[in-house]
Design a protein around this ligand. Structure first.
Ligand SMILES: [Zn+2]
Length: 112
């Protein structure tokens, strides 16, 4: 079974017809063999047995999902960072000492 993972501009040569200078390629993964191939939209359509517009649309949707996943991850990282910063500030306020001791308190995971 083949699955469209999205598109990439990093590879501009089709694995099927070897046409180069494509604007982007469609990343297709074979779910059975785990092989990943990159095709131009026309070849991807031929291989998937779908029309070009359907492939382009599916690729766009996949790209949107990938973008969404990336942004979700960024959101998680930002929250984690904010928690770390808050722990640092709380430790600093509790310590009410020199910046060096704030740093030590933060490095120790904050005064719990
Ligand atoms: Zn091709």
């Amino acid at each position: 079974m083949l699955k469209i993972l999205g598109t990439t501009g990093d590879v501009t040569t089709c694995d099927c017809c070897l046409r180069a200078d494509l604007k982007k390629t469609v990343v297709v993964r074979n779910l059975d063999s785990c092989e990943v191939r990159l095709y131009g939209v026309d070849c991807a359509a031929k291989i998937l047995g779908r029309r070009g517009v359907a492939v382009a649309r599916a690729a766009r949707v996949a790209d949107g999902a990938r973008e969404f996943a990336v942004f979700t991850r960024i959101g998680v990282e930002v929250r984690r960072f904010a928690r770390g910063t808050r722990a640092y500030v709380e430790a600093a306020l509790k310590a009410e000492a020199s910046p060096a001791s704030w740093y030590v308190a933060a490095a120790q995971g904050g005064a719990a």
